[in-house]
Design a binder for this molecule. Structure first.
Ligand code: FPP
Length: 219
């Protein structure tokens, strides 16, 4: 969900206002994913590297998570959305009220079998792979397979992403789902996340639908 800071700066606002506008964009994208029949939607909300940001911005992002859960939980649950968190969210650095909101949303939606909406929070792709490898070592497996790794990632049991949409004109994965993205299509848009409307989302999906996916083989 990149570009919140630049969106705010363009308007002479502080960065947290950009994240607030980003949260509003997210609400619409979750709703639109359901209309489109998307089965898995994963958003990158906070990376393991985002701790380098000023404390007030970090605090603001976690407050927005609390606010999001407060305002959206009822609708998410009524719509059968299953919320998951990918990343080290039960971490001492994460504010208590955010952890309470996470626990609440996970518990409330755990039996839902509609859209799987995953929020990557305190998430890093490399840290995720290291965690998986350490778990495998502990389990005593000698000969590690790809499926051993996949089944120890936060995304265990989920399909790899068909498409990764990067907003705000950046051209990199930034440690997002780096194992899972091996054959994902990457769609880039210059749109800043707060301006990422359902229309822009659909344009990105149409671009993805035009791609020729061969997974290393021939057609
Ligand atoms: C990246 O844009 C955005 C973030 C690091 C935070 C995203 C958080 C939200 C949208 C808040 C709501 C979250 C949830 C899960 C409800 P940036 O700040 O790097 O933008 P820039 O590159 O323009 O500076």
């Amino acid at each position: 969900m990149d570009g919140n800071g630049r969106w705010a700066k363009q308007r002479g606002q502080i960065r947290v206002q950009g994240h607030l506008a980003g949260m509003e964009a997210l609400r619409e994208i979750v709703r639109h994913s359901q209309r489109l029949g998307v089965k898995y939607l994963t958003v990158y909300a906070f990376s393991t590297e985002n701790w380098k940001r000023p404390a007030d911005e970090v605090a603001g992002i976690f407050k927005l998570l609390v606010r999001y859960v407060k305002s959206e939980l009822k609708e998410l649950n009524e719509n059968n959305v299953h919320v998951q968190i990918l990343g080290d969210w039960d971490n001492a650095a994460i504010p208590e009220d955010s952890k309470e909101s996470i626990n609440l949303v996970l518990k409330t939606t755990e039996k839902n079998d509609g859209l799987v909406f995953s929020i990557a929070l305190n998430y890093g792709g490399r840290a995720e792979i290291v965690k998986a490898v350490n778990e495998i070592i502990k389990s005593g497996v000698q000969n590690v397979s790809e499926s051993d790794i996949s089944s120890h990632l936060y995304t265990a049991g989920m399909p790899d992403p068909d498409v990764i949409i990067r907003t705000s004109g950046e051209n990199r994965l930034s440690n997002f789902l780096i194992w899972q993205a091996a054959y994902s299509e990457i769609v880039l848009t210059d749109t800043y996340w707060p301006d990422f409307t359902p229309d822009v989302y659909e344009q990105c999906i149409v671009e993805y639908q035009g791609r020729d996916r061969r997974f290393g083989g021939h057609k």
